[in-house]
Design a protein. Sequence first.
Length: 123
Amino acid sequence: MNQGDSQDTKGQSGLTATALFGLCPRCATKGAWAGPGALAARCGACGLELERYEPRGRAMYLVVLPVTILLVLAALKLDELVQLPVWALIALWGVIVPLVVTVALRFAKAAALIARLEKEGLI
């Protein structure tokens, strides 16, 4: 057995695997996400009710607001340094902004999900 591995955590996915690849935190099978930023209702393999533990409401503002501020500052700095044409800025930021915000939300939701499951002793 590797250092740091125990029988309690063997086979379980971590934060990165849950956020990026949609692996269930309990059984590590695919299908934890129903959409880009929404958890599935339940895991198809182990039946874990993922939607029950999804953070809702104003809690996600704490993730979206700092990410948005950083993206605006990055856009201003890039415009100052490179001075791209407007069409290029629209194309660039039209792809980057949704991608970055979605990844940040998935990591935040996955972290909240794993923390709540560990608190209740389900993983």
